[in-house]
Ligand binder design. Sequence first.
Ligand code: ZN
Length: 164
Amino acid sequence: MGERKVLNKYYPYDFDPSKLPRRRRPTNGQIKVRTMLPMTLRCATCGEYFGRGTKFTARKEDAAGERYLGAIQVYRFYIRCSRCGAEIAFRTDPASSGYAVESGATACREGDGGEAVAGKRGREEEGDAMAALEDRARAGKQEMDALCSCAVQAEAMAVTCRHT
Ligand SMILES: [Zn+2]
């Protein structure tokens, strides 16, 4: 077990670091990265869905000349649809702290009622924390009311069953 903890490495007496092969830089500035999809996509060519978190080996590049506020580099990712092979491109979107699909696919909203969710999130982002809290409380109360009315109905049914 001792050998797995060694901190020293053996260098032969004739070791010459200048003879090491140099790191190859890709000529087109694209590097391969193993990435996960940041959002659910639907291939525009074949209609296949790819859920958020699906792993892809993507080609990543600096989006030339695109810097958010002149400082933050925007990166672009290219993946291939695993069903039809069409190329899908998406890029980082620092303005929304997220990602934006560029070509080859459409981004899917998650869950139903996406608009309502977006609206609520919008209020939260505006800093209207109190209103957002009220929204959430109201939604919770409605849910509870629905549950209660269900329970009351079930009880009523049980009572009628017992009586008939
Ligand atoms: Zn496809």
